[in-house]
Design a protein around this ligand. Structure first.
Ligand code: MOS
Length: 750
C-alpha cells in the first residue's frame, strides 16, 4: 500500500507502513546493544552447569570435594544442597511461565541426557569450568526410550493445550466422508527433531540486593512471564524480582518460557552471596532449552471428482517427556484451513527420555502444514487438478470450525498475485517434465497460515517538555523489529516524528506485556501503544483547548490533530502550537497517557489468522539427488503492514527457516544412548547463503477492522508455514519422487 492509500484508508500520516530502518540497527551493528550476558555488574562471578551423561536412571554418588578445593571456587550446587524447587506451573497450561515443570537438582532421578546435575561457581569462567570438570558423579543407568517410530503404540493423550485446546477434535462424520470420496489420499508424513539456534545463547546474570530483592538479566522473549516463573521457583514475592532484557539475539520460541538455567543462576547467586553470570554452551542448548518435536503424522484426505473435500483426518504423534508436556499441535491448522464438513484431528505423545520439546517458529503449523499441504498436492495430482485450483475449490469463506466470519482472509489474493508474480502458469503439470540442462526443474506451492495471538498488553506514553516522547511496554524485540514498529505506531498516534520518539521495552518496571511469541507482538502491543499515545496526546490537547492563551483555545479536542510535534485545528491548520509550548506554559515536565488491551483470541468470535501462498522452484541433480532451491516467493496477508521493510524481513526470514526445515535440519538422537549426536553447528545443518536464492515476499494488504485498532495481524511465523511442503511438492514435480519424511536429503532421493 502506498503512503497515499494509507492516508485514505487509515487516516495515516504515512509513518505507519513506511520502510523505516531499524531504530536499534546502529546499536546492534556497533556492538552497543547490551545482551543478557553483557551487562556490566560489579563483582560478578561465573557459573557453569554440568549435565548428566546418562539419559535415564539415578545418581548413586556425588563427590564434589576436588571441585570445592579447586582455585577460585565459591560453591558447588547439586541436588544434595540446592534449595527445594517446587513443581512449576507450565507455560503450556496458559497459567504458568515455566517451559518445564520439573526443575533439575530436585532429586537423584535422571530424566534425560544433559539434565543439570550440578552448578559450579567460581571467580572466573575458566575456574568454574574446571570445577565442573572435577565433580565426580556415579550413575545407575537404565536403557533410555530414545526412539519414537517404533513405539507409537504407547501413545497417550496430552492435557489441553494452552489451557483449553483439547487434544482431539471432530466435526461431521469423517468416516462417512472418506467412504463417499471419489478419490482418497492416505499417507504418513514425518518431521524430525529440530533445534532453535539463535546467535545469542541463553544467558542470565542474577544479582541479589541486601534487602532480598533480585534483579535478573535474562535472554528472554518475555520479562514478565520470566519474573512470574522465577517467583514460583524461588518461592518469593513477585514484587521483589525485576527482570531486564533490552535485546534478544534471536529467539524463535526457545526464549519464550522460563528455563531452569535462569532459576539456577539466581539460586547459585544467593548461595555464594555474589552476582552470578551463567551462559549456556551451544551444546547445552541442544538438551535443556527446548526443540521442535519430532512428529509422525497420518493424513487421510477424501474428495469428490471436482476436488471438493469430503473428509480430512489428521493425527500427529510427538514426543512426551517426564519433566513436563509440550504437544506439537501439528493438526490444528487442518481444523480451520479448508471448507470441509468432516474433519477429525488428534494429537498424542509417546513417552521418551529426552529434554522437553517447546515452541519453535511456527509451532504446530510448520510441521502440520508439511503433512497437510503435501497431502493436498498428492490429491491434486490424483484428481488431475492444478494445486492452486484444488485449494480454491476448498477455500473457506468462513471459519469452518466456528462458522463465523474471519477477521479477514486474503488467501485468494495471495494465491492469485503470488502465482502471477512467480509465473506459475509456465509450470507443466507433468512430473519430471521440466529441465534446465542436466538439472530437473520443479515448481511447487503450498498454503501458509498462522494464528496471530492477542495477548494482554499495556503501555505508557510520556510527552516531555521538549516535545519528544518516550513510550514503554515490557515486550521483547527478538530481531523482529518491535522497537521500530512500535516507534512508528507511537509516532503516528502522537503526531511526533519517529526520530523524536523513543520506545523502551524489556523491563518489568515497564507496563505489562506477555511473551513476544505466537506472532502476538504487533497485534497485542501495537494497540496498547496506540492507546497510550492517544491518551497522552488527548491530555495535552485538552490543556490547549481549555487555555485562552493557546491558538487552540476553545476548540473541541476532537477537532485538534497532531503532526510533527504540533497540535493544530484540523479545519484551520494555521492555528497550531507545539507540544513543548503547551507543556511549557503550564509548567509541566511531562504528560503521561496509558493504554491497554485484554486477552483477545477471536474478537467478536472471529478467528484471526495470517495467510499466505508459498511458491518454490527447485533444481534437482538427477545423479546425486542434490536439491537446490532456485527461487522462492511468498505472498502474505498479514492485514495492515506497519513497516514494509521489517515485515518483509520477517517473511523472507521465515522462508529461509523453511528451506532449512525442508532440506537440512535434523537433530539426531542416538537410538540406544538417548544423547544428541552432534549438538553443535557443525553437525546440525542450517541454510547458509549458498543455500538461499534471492527471495521474494510481498503483502496483499487486506483491510481488517476486527483484529485490533491498527488493522494489523502478525507476521512473525506465517512465513515459515507451507515452505517445507512447497519444496517437497516442487521436488516431486521435478523428479516424480514423493518424499514424506523431512529433511529431504540426497540419500532419500537416490
Ligand atoms: Mo514463537 S515459536 O511462538 O516464539
Amino acid at each position: 500500500m502506498s503512503v497515499e492509500q494509507g492516508r485514505r484508508r487509515y487516516g495515516s500520516s504515512g509513518v505507519i507502513g513506511a520502510p523505516l530502518d531499524r531504530v536499534d540497527g546502529r546499536l546492534k551493528v556497533t556492538g552497543a546493544a547490551t545482551y543478557a550476558a553483557e551487562h556490566r555488574i560489579e563483582g560478578v562471578v561465573h557459573a557453569v552447569l554440568l549435565g548428566s551423561t546418562i539419559s535415564r536412571g539415578r545418581i548413586t554418588r556425588i563427590d564434589t570435594s576436588a571441585a570445592e578445593a579447586a582455585p577460585g571456587v565459591l560453591g558447588i550446587m547439586t541436588h544434595l544442597n540446592a534449595p527445594s524447587f517446587p513443581a512449576l506451573t507450565p507455560f503450556i497450561t496458559g497459567q504458568g511461565a515455566a517451559s518445564q515443570a520439573v526443575m533439575p537438582l530436585t532429586d537423584d532421578v535422571i530424566h534425560h541426557a544433559g539434565q543439570y546435575v550440578a552448578v559450579a561457581v567460581a571467580e572466573t569462567l575458566e575456574q568454574a569450568r574446571e570445577a565442573a570438570r572435577l565433580i565426580q558423579i556415579e550413575y545407575q543407568a537404565e536403557p533410555p526410550r530414545a526412539e519414537l517410530e517404533s513405539r507409537l503404540s504407547e501413545a497417550y493423550p496430552p492435557q489441553p493445550f494452552f489451557g483449553g485446546i483439547p487434544p482431539e477434535y471432530r466435526r461431521g462424520d469423517p468416516a462417512h466422508g472418506l467412504d463417499e470420496a471419489a478419490v482418497r489420499v492416505e499417507q504418513t508424513y514425518s518431521t524430525p527433531i529440530e533445534h532453535h539456534n539463535p546467535m545469542e545463547p541463553h544467558a542470565a546474570i542474577a544479582v541479589w540486593d541486601a534487602d532480598g530483592s533480585l534483579t535478573v538479566y535474562d535472554s528472554s522473549q518475555g520479562v514478565f512471564p520470566t519474573r512470574q516463573g522465577l517467583a514460583e521457583a524461588l518461592q518469593m514475592p513477585i514484587e521483589k524480582i525485576r527482570v531486564i532484557c533490552p535485546f534478544v539475539g534471536g529467539g524463535f520460541g526457545t526464549k519464550g518460557g522460563l528455563w531452569p538455567y535462569t532459576v539456577l543462576a539466581a539460586a547459585a547467586a544467593r548461595q555464594v552471596g555474589r552476582p552470578v553470570r551463567l551462559v549456556l554452551t551451544r551444546a547445552q542448548m541442544y538438551t535443556s532449552t527446548g526443540y521442535r518435536s519430532q512428529t509422525v503424522q497420518d493424513v487421510k484426505l477424501g474428495a469428490r471428482q471436482d476436488g471438493t473435500l469430503t473428509a480430512i483426518v489428521h493425527t500427529s504423534t510427538s514426543i512426551g517427556v517426564a519433566i513436563g508436556e509440550f504437544p506439537e499441535m501439528a493438526p490444528s491448522v487442518t481444523q480451520m484451513l479448508y471448507a470441509c464438513p468432516n474433519v477429525e484431528t488428534k494429537v498424542s505423545l509417546v513417552p521418551m527420555d529426552l529434554g522437553i520439546p517447546f515452541a519453535m517458529r511456527g509451532p504446530g503449523e510448520a510441521p502440520g502444514m508439511f503433512a497437510l499441504e503435501s497431502g493436498l498436492d498428492e490429491l491434486a495430482e490424483k484428481l488431475g487438478l492444478d494445486p492452486i485450483e484444488l485449494r480454491l475449490r476448498n477455500f473457506a469463506e468462513v471459519d469452518p470450525e466456528s462458522g463465523h466470519p474471519w477477521s479477514s482472509n486474503g488467501l485468494r489474493e495471495c494465491y492469485a498475485q503470488g502465482a502471477n508474480r512467480f509465473g506459475w502458469a509456465r509450470r507443466n503439470p507433468e512430473p519430471r517434465s521440466m529441465r534446465d540442462g542436466r538439472w530437473l526443474v520443479g515448481y511447487g506451492m503450498a498454503t501458509a497460515s498462522y494464528p496471530t495471538v492477542g495477548f494482554p498488553a499495556q503501555a505508557k506514553a510520556t510527552i516531555r517538555a521538549d516535545g519528544s516522547a518516550v513510550v514503554q511496554s515490557a515486550t521483547a524485540d527478538l530481531g523482529t523489529g518491535q522497537y521500530t514498529v512500535m516507534t512508528q505506531v507511537a509516532s503516528e498516534a502522537l503526531g511526533v516524528s519517529p526520530d523524536r520518539v523513543t520506545f523502551e521495552l524489556g523491563d518489568t518496571r515497564q507496563p505489562f506485556a506477555f511473551v513476544a511469541g505466537g506472532s502476538s507482538g504487533v497485534r497485542s502491543v501495537g494497540p496498547a501503544v496506540k492507546m497510550a499515545a492517544e491518551a497522552a496526546r488527548t491530555k495535552v490537547a485538552e490543556l490547549a483547548s481549555g487555555d485562552e492563551e493557546s491558538p487552540l483555545g476553545g476548540y473541541d479536542v476532537e477537532l485538534i490533530g497532531a503532526e510533527d510535534g504540533e497540535l493544530f485545528v484540523r479545519h484551520d491548520p494555521s492555528r497550531r502550537e507545539t507540544y513543548a509550548a503547551v507543556l511549557g506554559r503550564h509548567g509541566l515536565d511531562e504528560v503521561t497517557g496509558e493504554g491497554g488491551v485484554e486477552m483477545a483470541m477471536n474478537p467478536g468470535g472471529r478467528r484471526v489468522n495470517a495467510f499466505g501462498a508459498q511458491f518454490v522452484e527447485v533444481r534437482v541433480d538427477p545423479d546425486f539427488g542434490l536439491v537446490r532451491v532456485t527461487r522462492a516467493l511468498g505472498a502474505f496477508d498479514i492485514g495492515r503492514v506497519l513497516n514494509q521493510k521489517t515485515a518483509r524481513s520477517q517473511a523472507i526470514g521465515g522462508i529461509v527457516f523453511g528451506i532449512g526445515m525442508a532440506l537440512l535440519e535434523h537433530t539426531v538422537i542416538h537410538p540406544t544412548l538417548g544423547t544428541v549426536v552432534s549438538p553443535d553447528l557443525a553437525g546440525y545443518l542450517l541454510p547458509v547463503h549458498a543455500d538461499v536464492p534471492a527471495l521474494d515476499a510481498f503483502f496483499v494488504e487486506v483491510e481488517d477492522p476486527h483484529v485490533n485498532s491498527l488493522g494489523a495481524k502478525g507476521v512473525g511465523e506465517v512465513g515459515i508455514t507451507g515452505v517445507a511442503a512447497a519444496i517437497a511438492n516442487a521436488v516431486y514435480h521435478a523428479t516424480g519422487r514423493r518424499i514424506r519424511e523431512l529433511p529431504i536429503t540426497p540419500e532419500a532421493l537416490l
